[in-house]
Design a protein around this ligand. Structure first.
Ligand code: PMP
Length: 417
């Protein structure tokens, strides 16, 4: 009998029968409150009626048009819609299927646009699992160990991880910017540096918002040296942080923006945006792929962006994120194993630490398992695996956040016993 590969690590034993909004209904008859959303993908909740209708309708028209062979209407519409949200300088877009592919495409574009080889990434960043994307990922060696050699030309600089260093945020930002300047002096000269690549909040690397002053420091240096600032909005984009784009918590704007996950509520599609001038530095045909910009995914993307706007989901993410964060701070007061609670919008992390401050992955793992027992789905993250992350749908209600917090508290109690 064939079975699924043991290479896939299962976070929960749940088998889904169906799902709606913030809820997953298991084949075991249980009703799970979903604070994982397919790792930050089902932005409008599971099976939002408008997204379902758009995808159904498109499936009856054309499923796969191959956008470099024949163009299709949903992609043109999606491009218009995205254009309403993108920073004004980023007026040119192309599409791929996944976050990893889009990150690779962005790096390829930055190298072509600058004629320079090197990419600087920031410690704890997660950018995907394909070989190039894994080469750019420093969220844990588990994402790259065992299949070297990785892509050349990647250099890592510090991330302002204030809690880890035991510093305040300003000190952490000053330190990380100094480290970056040092890297540019000692390892990759500005003239050899094509891009800085950063997430607006570390995702798989520990649910850690990037301080606005750090992004602004990168922007300054990128502008001064003709380096492309690539912002990876794959997990933080499309409202998740309580702004449409995560980088909008700062004054810094990207040269190249990468988005995926939340953009189509679960249908695979990713987008890379830059200025026409930047895009024109490559040649026609230098990017593309068979499935990129799929018609059904694009139709779901248009519906998703409509729902985000009509239902004020960016505002909801901000409010419900504040509610969730306040509740987590109360839990931190009660449970000493919680070392830090942080996040932005509906991207909230709970870092577990031992009494001496070292990462406590065992407790984080036990809490994550215990939440499933309480019918609340959560995930872990962080290089050490000691952060429990909460990623509710952007449609989550105040009552659902309250219920999620009660279930989380019960899980923490069961582990503390
Ligand atoms: N970048 C970020 C910030 C991500 O969170 C992820 C996925 N977790 C990726 C890139 C890779 O996306 P995918 O899994 O779709 O390849």
């Amino acid at each position: 009998m064939t079975s699924l590969s043991p290479l896939l690590k299962q976070a929960t034993p749940v088998v889904v029968d169906h799902a709606l909004g913030s809820w997953i209904y298991g084949t075991d008859g249980r009703e799970y409150l979903d604070f994982t959303t397919g790792i930050g993908v089902t932005s409008t909740g599971h099976c939002h009626p408008k997204v379902v209708a758009a995808a159904r309708e498109q499936t009856g028209k054309i499923i796969h048009a191959q956008y470099t062979t024949v163009m299709h209407r949903p992609l043109l519409e999606l491009t218009d819609r995205l254009g309403e949200e993108l920073p004004s300088g980023l007026d040119s877009v192309f599409y791929a299927n996944s976050g990893s592919e889009a990150v690779e495409a962005a790096v390829r574009l930055a190298r072509m646009a600058t004629g320079r080889p090197n990419i600087v990434v920031f410690q704890g960043g997660f950018h995907g699992r394909t070989v190039a994307a894994a080469s750019l990922t420093t969220a844990g060696t588990r994402f790259s160990a065992g299949f070297a050699p990785l892509m050349a030309g990647v250099h890592m600089s510090a991330f302002p991880y204030a809690y880890r260093y035991g510093w305040d945020e300003d000190a952490a930002v000053a330190f990380a910017l100094r480290e970056l300047d040092y890297l540019l002096q000692t390892r990759t000269a500005p003239n050899d540096t094509a891009a800085f690549l950063i997430e607006p909040a570390l995702g798989d690397g520990g649910y850690l918002p990037t301080p606005p002053a750090f992004l602004e420091g990168l922007r300054e240096r990128a502008t001064a040296h003709g380096i492309q600032l690539i912002i990876d909005e794959v997990q933080a984009g499309v409202g998740r942080t309580g702004r449409f784009w995560g980088h909008q918590w700062s004054a810094a704007e990207p040269d190249i923006l990468v988005t995926a996950k939340g953009i189509a509520s679960g249908f695979p599609i990713s987008a890379i945006a830059a200025s026409t001038a930047t895009m024109s530095k490559g040649w026609p045909g230098s990017q593309g792929g068979t499935y990129g910009g799929n018609a059904v995914s694009a139709a779901a993307g248009v519906a998703t962006l409509e729902v985000v706007r009509e239902e004020s989901l960016v505002e909801n993410a901000l409010l419900r994120g504040e509610q969730l964060h306040a509740g987590l701070l109360r839990l931190k007061d009660r449970f000493p194993a919680i070392g830090d609670v942080r996040g932005v919008g509906l991207m909230q992390g709970i870092e577990f630490s031992a009494a001496d401050g070292t990462p406590d992955a065992a407790t984080a793992g036990a809490v994550q398992q215990a939440t499933t027992e309480q019918d609340l789905l959560t995930l872990t993250c962080g290089p050490a695996g000691n952060v429990v992350r909460l990623i509710p749908a952007l449609v989550v209600t105040a009552a659902e956040i309250g219920l999620g917090l009660r279930r989380l508290e019960a899980a923490l109690e069961s582990v503390a016993e």
